[in-house]
Design a binder for this molecule. Sequence first.
Ligand SMILES: [Fe+2]
Length: 250
Amino acid sequence: MIQITVVKVNKPNIAQKGTITVEKTEKTGEVFSGVNVSGSEDSDGRALAGARLEYKNRFANEKCAIVIKDKSEEVGRKNAMKDEKSKITAVAIEKMIDFYQGNLRDIEHFLKVWAYAKTIGEQESVDENTQGILELAAVVHDISCPLCREKYGNTNGKNQELESEPLVKEFFEGMPVSEQKVERIIWLVTHHHTYTNIDGIDYQILIEADFLVNASESNFSKVSIENAKSRIFKTAAGCRLLESIFLREE
Ligand SMILES: [Fe+2]
């Protein structure tokens, strides 16, 4: 099977541009270009079979079986996947809100961190998989705070890093999030107070997003924000937000 790009389809109800899959009966492996396609119906009854193909290369007039990828089906599938992805985040957000049992400070903190993380991730054009991990990690990043308050009387970062793993695992049990993703989320959550050895864009963005919220909630001084800008912040979007929120010219 070879992927080719349709240049022109002589039928009004078919997408005039796009990718179709060509099964050559012989000599598979060639790459086609500049293909005009015309015909009637394929074996599934969808419009256009390989009645006639016109190539601009030396394989002109060879017969091929054509399967037209139904564009609307593909778009629908992609949208469904997108819906599923954003729904997982929404489900996780609602679950996390419930987890905090009405503690507004905890609820609003994670929602703000998630919003900044989502914004920075999208502005930095991180890939879809990483964006998904980042957003879910932002949602659960302080999951151990209630337990730490009860057990240690504080939410010290090191205690959080110790206590988070089983809580994150339990949180994602039964949710359609792959084991691999959960592993990475656990890593991020258990390291989000460690600013050394930041090993990925998801980690970097989570730290920036959490800093933006903590700087506001804990009233960080201008000096410590400027220090963070030079020592912690790396992404262009994160730096823009830090400047826009805290470092405006008087
Ligand atoms: Fe946080």
